[in-house]
Design a protein around this ligand. Sequence first.
Ligand code: IMP
Ligand code: MG
Length: 178
Amino acid sequence: MEIQILDKQFSLFIPSENILNEVQVLAKKLEFDYKEKNPIFIIVLNGAFMFASDLLKCFRNSCDITFIKLSSYKGLSSVGTVRQQMGLMVDIQDRHVIIVEDIVDTGLTIESLIKNLENQNPTSIEICSLLFKPEAFKGNNPPKYNGFSIPNKFVVGYGLDYDEKGRNLKDLYQLKTE
Ligand code: IMP
Ligand code: MG
């Protein structure tokens, strides 16, 4: 299936059923690893909102949930500088932190966030990302919890946007290259 968003053509990449299956697997892993740990999930807005919602519905242990808003992208590529548009509102000292991301691409966003969070002395920090682009990754901390490793192509849907469009799509789409 193909769709048009603004000036670009995208084709169906990962259908909703496959995403939801994988999300359930991730949630069960987290449930097991964080038993009795009362972790705090930090959801990176905007892109991770849909993933986080499905993930946390399947995570049935005690936890806290909070949000942070970062951005490093404009259009189809990362601009390299990470802007924090909404900061952390809670204390994470002595807590087990799980960062929930839609996608780890270059890794710049996550590296800068981790550095920032480490200053607040949490007990542990791990990343849970729906998608990971290993070929684009330049960081030191690949996500411990990862749904799909994908090729280095732009994707949209299930929370991810192309110039703020497409976040509401329930499936994931990949940019068509001519
Ligand atoms: P990074 O800093 O390069 O790892 O990029 C991380 C952020 O860029 C992600 O949280 C996404 O919001 C955005 N991003 C990276 N790749 C894509 C993509 O293929 N489609 C949509 N957004 C993306
Ligand atoms: Mg994001």
